[in-house]
Design a protein around this ligand. Structure first.
Ligand SMILES: NC(=O)c1ccc[n+]([C@@H]2O[C@H](COP(=O)([O-])OP(=O)(O)OC[C@H]3O[C@@H](n4cnc5c(N)ncnc54)[C@H](O)[C@@H]3O)[C@@H](O)[C@H]2O)c1
Length: 461
């Protein structure tokens, strides 16, 4: 898919290869004494592109983690950050572990040891490499990593910015936990503002009443499904989880299904819905919008022709394989690509990082006369960015809300909404503006590779 895009670009000779390759991948194997014996774990941190630093990307805990996967995900982070103008290069990390096999104390020891290995090599560092949550990790793991960094760098005043997705009382920012799911919602809201785009998928009207199937009720899928059903009137007709799927044409109650899973360990037995043991078959059910929000490669050459959804939004990273992408495009389905669709997480991570580095409390100060102070802070942040060539930009909505003394959550939401709208506009200008571009993924690649190339050209190699 990268190749399809670069074939349409006029890059200087050799730059395409420089952008494509992953700069470095560090593999770590470490032992932790647990349950009376030493267990050896394998982890990775891959840096795809350092055209901007720090580099950024989540840390995933899953048994399927391997070098190829983290490198592909690190590359995706480069393009994602460029597309939403978060001033970072791309990185990704992973630990080959099934987190459900270990209790909390054990996971803390494993996480701290993994973090130690990465911190001592500057692969976790506020100015060089800043991880975030991904599959199998969340704010708890990020808090352990931040604390580990602090212990090893006691005098680093910017230490909190070494990782994002932290809990609020540990230097996090409001709205980060749900940011990726919220971004999926904003992306769909933006798509449904454009009749021409809806028409391309054979859809019309608004999100209200649209039938949605979601795969994965984890961090991303749960929040996306919750917001779409509670705030936009979507009907969640299918939820696919590890142990099977639930189907109900009348709509599933996302919060209740989530509670059921927490209590029973899976969806099986949930009342008032049909249970389908082979959950992946439900990806093929008729609906208006399909939201794969769990694993990569779930829509492949083997099932792509059977997918009935006219609109697929890639909430997960890489849920549609390259072969399936082609089949779906030929069928006329529209795919909102991962590099845009799930960029809400890194966008709000960027706000958290800026908050940590600026040592400024975001949000309401309580008094009208604070407005002048807010203006000063905005001016100072922009000046700092200009002086140091950091490329920080405060979006117009964010600035407006900040100046009127909005709370932190409002700031985060408006900044995220601005970002998702602007990035969508940049993709759709290419999608509709060029005869040789017929899909949003190619458009997204063109926009982002162009930005990465511009950075390399400006910096020199
Ligand atoms: N967390 C973030 O901020 C973030 C940001 C960008 C992209 N992503 C991507 O979104 C995807 C999901 O991440 P997450 O953070 O929500 O992970 P998570 O671990 O919170 O949730 C994953 C969910 O998928 C379910 N699942 C696992 N195997 C499944 C299967 N075979 N069939 C159906 N469901 C299955 C799990 O039970 C779980 O509910 C990943 O591709 C991740 O890279 C996450």
């Amino acid at each position: 898919m990268f190749n399809r895009a670069v074939a349409l670009m006029d890059l200087p000779p050799g730059l395409e290869e420089k952008i494509r390759v992953c700069n470095a991948t560090y593999t770590v194997r470490f032992g932790v004494r647990l349950r009376g014996q030493i267990h050896t774990f394998t982890g990775y941190r891959s840096v795809h592109s350092e055209h901007m630093e720090p580099v950024k990307g989540g840390i995933r805990y899953a048994m399927g983690v391997n070098q190829d996967e983290v490198e592909a995900l690190a590359a995706l982070m480069t393009y994602k950050c460029a597309l939403v103008e978060a001033p970072f290069g791309g990185s990704k990390g992973g630990l080959r572990i099934d987190p459900r096999e270990w209790d909390e104390d054990e996971l803390e020891r494993i996480t701290r040891r993994f973090a130690y290995e990465l911190i001592k090599r500057d692969l976790i560092n506020p100015s060089q490499n800043v991880p975030a949550p991904d599959m199998g990790t969340g704010e708890r793991e990020m808090a352990w990593i931040a604390d580990q960094y602090k212990r090893m760098n006691t005098t680093d005043i910017n230490g909190r910015a070494c990782v994002t997705g932290k809990p609020i009382n540990g230097g996090g920012i409001q709205g980060r936990t749900e940011a990726t799911g919220r971004g999926v919602q904003y992306a769909l809201q933006e798509f449904f503002r454009h009749p021409e785009d809806m028409k391309a998928a054979g859809l019309s009207g608004t999100l209200d009443g649209k039938k949605v199937i979601v795969q994965g009720l984890g961090n991303v899928g749960y929040h996306a499904a919750k917001f779409l059903s509670e705030e936009d009137g979507c009907i969640i007709t299918g939820i696919i989880e590890r142990d099977g799927a639930l189907v109900s044409e009348d709509g599933l109650h996302v919060e209740e299904v989530r509670h059921w899973i927490a209590k029973h360990g899976g969806v099986k037995g949930y009342p008032d819905a049909e249970y389908v043991e082979d959950g992946s078959k439900v990806l093929e059910n008729a609906c208006d919008i399909l939201v794969p929000a769990a694993l990569e490669g779930v829509i492949h050459m083997g099932n792509a022709a059977n997918i009935q959804a006219p609109l697929i939004i890639e909430a997960a990273n890489g849920p549609v394989t390259a072969g399936a992408d082609e089949i779906l495009r030929k069928k006329g389905a529209v795919i909102i690509p991962d590099m845009y669709a799930n960029a809400g997480g890194v966008t709000v991570s960027y706000f958290e990082w800026v908050k940590n580095l600026s040592h400024i409390r975001f949000g309401r100060m309580g008094r009208r006369q604070e407005e002048a102070r807010h203006q000063l802070i905005v001016d100072e942040l922009e000046q700092l960015s200009a002086d140091r060539g950091l490329g920080w930009t405060l979006t117009p909505g964010f600035k407006q809300q900040y100046l009127r003394g909005a709370g932190e959550l409002e700031l985060v939401r408006s900044g995220l909404d601005d970002t998702m709208r602007a990035a969508y506009q940049s993709m759709r200008e290419v999608w509709h503006g060029r005869q040789d571009v017929t899909d949003l993924r190619t458009a997204a690649y063109l926009v982002s590779i162009d930005k990465v190339a511009a950075s390399y050209r400006a910096a020199g190699l």
